[in-house]
Design a protein around this ligand. Structure first.
Ligand SMILES: [Fe+2]
Length: 463
């Protein structure tokens, strides 16, 4: 059996590349001074048994593009060092602690961003965050200077009013009967940790926060012992016996006893778009919803289960009721928003189209206007698809959609020097999403379809 997560658009690259002064078309906004970064799985060397290889278990690799003065100064890709990568490259393994089963073996592969003046690669389920240099070389595992009590997450949420990161973390078998909510302050130290009993070891990939609550997404994907018995290295499966629910943990001194649990229809989710408290005291969460996950395909999310739709929950904490609403039934994933409206009511959301069963895992970039209910589409044309759209506010702008979108575009129409599909970065004007890109920067090599990243301006992490 071939593994679709190791071939085609997902096939790993085999080399670390540094390329300077990249050619491009159009105009790179000179205000963009910093790095576009993205993390994803890129197994090093031969995969021992592809039939048991879960997409989420590949060694982390960060791709970066540095922009300055309207030029594309460099592109780099670097494996995030962990024990397996270090062994393969003949290097010493990185120092620092880790948590959970087998998590020293592969480096964080899910997200990368800037916080507390440095660059972090992150993953859920036990892998300690790994600190990177500006040029993406590994410094080492960093458990927030010894303050992290257990696992971390690939999706901490930033609260601009406090400068803190908030994460919902899990880690089996270390945390077999609970998850941990952790808060990291602006200096990169964990200042708060709350244990929340949750049965069955669910996969909790992300968190939402509002001014009042931290949200626990306890849906119906849990550790599955049948999948584990097959030797699949990320053993999650759909669990009809684990009802889906959402928990609201009061941020102001809340403990596990204070969590407001609200039942929802069975579903799975990886990613909320944004969340906020509305004027009536409800919690509004926009997210990408899966009817099921890991029920047929145990190696990754895109095999046979339902395509993710764009949905909204409106949660009434007083009555513990949830109004569920379908916003759009096309395939939406990797939701992003203008960071200036984080935790506040947003008007716009940006998503990558998911096209199941095709060569590409992505298609168009969508902009959803939640006020008018309209959706604007940027199509990349035949054989091309845009990944996670990263929103960057324009300098001195105020309007919510006044920003740039940086999108990694995969291109089946061209091949790199190794015969793999091409890749480029497009910079789109979020105000005029349907218009052609303002700049297109071809990358020197294939970039496997992967996960998340961010724009890290030099004002956040200095060169
Ligand atoms: Fe994610």
């Amino acid at each position: 059996m071939s593994n679709p997560y190791l071939s085609g658009m997902c096939a790993p690259v085999e080399q670390e590349v540094t390329a300077n002064d990249l050619a491009f078309t159009g105009t790179i906004p000179p205000e963009l001074e910093g790095r576009w970064l993205r993390n994803g799985p890129n197994p090093i060397g031969e995969v021992a048994d592809p039939t048991k290889h879960h997409w989420f278990s590949g060694d982390g690799m960060v791709h970066g593009l540095r922009l300055q003065d309207g030029k594309a100064e460099w592109y780099r890709n670097r494996w995030v060092r962990a024990d397996r990568v270090a062994r393969a490259l003949g290097e010493e393994p990185p120092a620092g602690p880790s948590f959970g089963d087998n998590r020293t073996d592969h480096g964080p592969n899910t997200n990368v961003g800037g916080f507390a003046g440095t660059t972090w690669a992150m993953v859920e389920g036990g892998g300690t965050p790994v600190e990177l240099t500006y040029e993406l070389d590994t410094i080492g595992r960093n458990d927030f200077s010894g303050t992290l009590p257990a696992a971390f997450s690939a999706h901490p949420k930033y609260d601009p009013s406090t400068g803190e990161l908030h994460a919902m973390t899990y880690c089996w078998p270390d945390l077999i009967d609970h998850v941990k909510y952790v808060v990291v302050n602006g200096e990169g130290l964990v200042t708060k940790s709350v244990d929340i009993p949750v049965p069955d070891m669910p996969m909790i990939h992300d968190i939402s926060i509002t001014d009042r609550y931290a949200v626990i997404f306890d849906t119906s994907v849990t550790v599955n012992f049948d999948v584990m018995a097959k030797g699949i290295n990320i053993p999650f499966g759909w669990n009809d016996d684990h009802p889906s629910r959402v928990g609201l943990l009061p941020r102001d001194g809340g403990t596990a006893d204070d969590v407001i649990w609200c039942d929802i229809n069975p579903c799975a989710l990886f990613h909320p778009l944004n969340a906020y408290d509305d004027a009536d005291g409800n919690v509004v969460i926009d997210f990408c919803r899966y009817e099921k996950m890991f029920s047929l395909d145990h190696l990754g999310p895109f095999g046979s289960d339902a395509s993710p739709t764009l949905d909204r929950w409106t949660i009434n904490p007083a009555t513990r009721t949830v109004t569920e609403e379908r916003i759009d039934d096309r395939g939406h994933e990797f939701p992003r928003h203008d960071p200036r409206v984080g935790l506040k009511e947003h008007r716009y959301g940006y998503t990558a189209e998911v096209v199941l069963g095709a060569d590409m895992l992505h298609g168009s970039t969508f902009k959803t206007d939640y006020t008018t209910g309209t959706l604007t589409e940027h199509s990349y044309g035949e054989g091309r698809g845009g990944a996670e759209p990263v929103f960057i506010p324009k300098a001195d702008s105020k309007a919510e959609d006044d920003g740039w979108l940086m999108v990694l575009v995969h291109d089946l129409n061209v091949t790199d020097g190794n015969g793999q599909p091409g890749a480029e970065i497009q910079i789109l004007d979020a105000n005029d999403l349907a218009e052609p890109a303002v700049a297109t920067i071809p990358l020197p090599q294939h970039v496997p379809v992967g996960f998340h990243g961010n724009w890290v301006p030099d004002t956040s992490v200095a060169p």
